[in-house]
Design a protein around this ligand. Structure first.
Ligand code: FAS
Ligand code: PHB
Length: 388
C-alpha cells in the first residue's frame, strides 16, 4: 500500500490530523491498535478550548459539539468550604466548552467514515522503518498477515505508551518528567451535576473535582494514592469519600447513583524533545503528558495537530518545508506553557506535601488568586487556552 501520510493512532490527535489532511486532498491512512469500540469506551477529557473548537469546525466535525456542548464562562475553586468564582468572560472575553472526549472522538470517527478515509483497527505489531530517509515505511499485522505501507511522512499520534516515540534512537531524543505521588479516581454517573460550573476543590482530605458531561450526566474525581486498587472502590465508598470534601451547598445538591465508568489515572508531567525525527512527527500524548488538573491534554493534542496539519498542507500545496522545519519548536513553545499551568494547578490544589510550610504556600497562592485581578487574569488566560 502507498499513502502520503501514515498516521499511527486513532485517538483525538490521529483522527483530527487525518480529517484536516483529507479536507485538503492529502491522502492518509490511520493504523489503530485497538478496536473502534475500545477507543470509544475510554472516558477522558471534558474541557475544550476555543482554539480547539475552531479547529474542530475547520475539520467539519464541530456541529454536535455546538449543539450538545455546554459553554462555560467561568469556573469555581472551593477552599475551606467556600467557593470562589473566576470569570473567564470578565478576564479574557472568552469561554470554554464542556464536551466529553468520547463524543469528540465519535464525531471525528463519523467524519472520517463520511469522508471514506481508511482507518485500520486492530492493527498489531505496528513498526516504523526508514523515517530518517525520504522513503519511510510502516508495517503491521492484521488477520495474521504482515502489511506494509510506503509513505512520505509518518505522524506518531499513538499516545504515551505508543510505538512511535519508542522508535526514535535514544541519542536523538531527550525527555523531561515529573511523576506526582498521586492519581485521580474518576467516576461517571447519570446524575445531575451539583453546580452549573466546574468546582475544583482544595481540601485537607485531598483534591476533588466536580465536572459534568450534560445536565443529566456528572463526572467526579477524587485525589487518591497510586497504591489504590479500583476494585476496592465500590460506588458507595466513592460517594462517602467525596461528600466531606464538598462545600455545604454542593453536598446538599449531590445526587448519588450507580457509576457507568470508574477508573484511576496516574498524574504525570512529561515532555519529549524534539517532536520531529526526519520524516516522523510526534503529536499529542505521544510527545507529552500533562496532569489533567488544567484540562490541557486533549487541547495540546489539538494544537500539535494544527501546527502539523498546516505544515503538511504547506509542503504539498506550496512546496515549502518551512512549517515542517519549525513544527517542533512551535509546538513545544505552547506545550511548555501548558505544562507549567498544569503543574501549577496540580501543586496548588492537591495534598502533596506533609510539610506545613508547603500547605501555607498553597493557601497563600489561592488567597492571592481570589483577591488579585492580575492573578485571576493569568489563571483565566491559561485555562481558556493561550493563542497559537
Ligand atoms: P490517545 O492516547 O488518546 O490516543 C492514542 C491512540 O493510539 C490510542 O487509541 C491507542 O490505542 C493508539 N495506539 C497506542 N499504541 C499504538 C500502536 N503501537 N499502534 C497503533 N495504535 C496505537 N485530558 C484532559 O484534558 N482531561 C482529563 O480528564 C483527562 N483524563 C485522562 C485520563 C487517562 C486515563 C488518560 C490516559 C488521559 C487523560 N487525559 C485527560 C489526557 C487525554 O485526554 C489525552 O490528552 C488525549 O487522549 C490525547 O490524545 P492522543 O494524543 O490522540 O492520545
Ligand atoms: C472532565 O470533565 O473530565 C475534566 C474537567 C476538567 C479537568 C479535568 C477533567 O481539569
Amino acid at each position: 500500500m502507498r499513502t502520503q501520510v501514515a498516521i499511527i493512532g486513532a485517538g483525538p490527535a490521529g483522527l483530527l490530523l487525518g480529517q484536516l489532511l483529507h479536507r485538503h486532498g492529502i491522502d492518509n491512512i490511520i493504523l489503530e491498535r485497538q478496536t473502534g469500540e475500545y477507543v470509544l469506551s475510554r472516558v477522558r477529557a471534558g474541557v475544550i478550548e476555543q482554539v480547539t473548537m475552531d479547529l474542530l469546525d475547520e475539520a467539519g466535525v464541530g456541529a454536535r459539539m455546538h449543539a450538545d456542548g455546554l459553554v462555560h464562562e467561568g469556573v469555581q475553586i472551593c477552599v475551606d468550604g467556600v467557593r470562589h468564582r473566576i470569570s473567564f468572560k470578565e478576564m479574557t472575553g472568552k469561554a470554554v466548552m464542556v464536551y466529553g472526549q468520547t463524543e469528540l472522538t465519535k464525531d471525528l470517527m463519523d467524519g472520517r467514515a463520511a469522508a471514506g478515509a481508511t482507518t485500520v483497527y486492530s492493527a498489531h505489531e505496528v513498526a516504523l522503518h526508514d523515517f530518517s530517509t525520504d522513503k519511510p515505511r510502516v508495517t503491521y499485522r492484521t488477520g495474521g498477515a504482515t502489511q506494509e505501507i510506503s509513505c512520505d511522512f509518518v505522524a506518531g499520534c499513538d499516545g504515551f505508551h505508543g510505538v512511535s516515540r519508542k522508535s526514535v534512537p535514544a541519542r536523538a531524543i531527550a525527555s523531561h518528567e515529573r511523576v506526582y505521588p498521586l492519581g485521580w479516581l474518576g467516576i461517571l454517573s447519570d446524575t445531575p451535576p451539583v453546580s452549573d460550573e466546574l468546582i475544583y476543590v482544595h481540601h485537607p482530605l485531598g483534591f476533588a473535582l466536580c465536572s459534568m458531561r450534560s445536565p443529566t450526566r456528572s463526572r467526579y474525581y477524587l485525589q487518591c494514592s497510586l497504591a489504590e486498587d479500583i476494585d476496592s472502590w465500590p460506588d458507595d465508598r466513592f460517594w462517602e469519600e467525596l461528600k466531606p470534601r464538598l462545600d455545604d451547598e454542593a453536598r446538599e445538591r449531590l445526587v448519588t447513583g450507580p457509576s457507568i465508568e470508574k477508573s484511576i489515572a496516574p498524574l504525570r508531567s512529561f515532555v519529549a524533545e524534539p517532536m520531529r525525527f526526519g520524516r516522523l512527527f510526534l503529536a499529542g500524548d505521544a510527545a507529552h503528558i500533562v496532569p489533567p488538573t488544567g484540562a490541557k491534554g486533549l487541547n495540546l493534542a489539538a494544537s500539535d495537530v494544527r501546527y502539523l496539519a498546516h505544515a503538511l498542507i504547506e509542503h504539498y500545496k506550496d512546496k515549502s518545508d518551512a512549517g515542517l522545519d519549525h513544527y517542533s519548536a512551535r509546538a513545544l513553545a505552547r506545550v511548555w506553557k501548558a505544562e507549567r499551568f498544569s503543574w501549577w494547578m496540580t501543586t496548588m490544589l492537591h495534598q502533596i506535601s506533609d510539610n506545613p510550610f508547603d500547605r501555607k504556600i498553597q493557601l497563600a497562592e489561592l488567597d492571592y488568586l481570589f483577591r488579585s485581578k492580575a492573578a485571576a487574569t493569568v489563571f483565566a488566560e491559561n485555562y481558556v487556552g493561550l493563542p497559537y
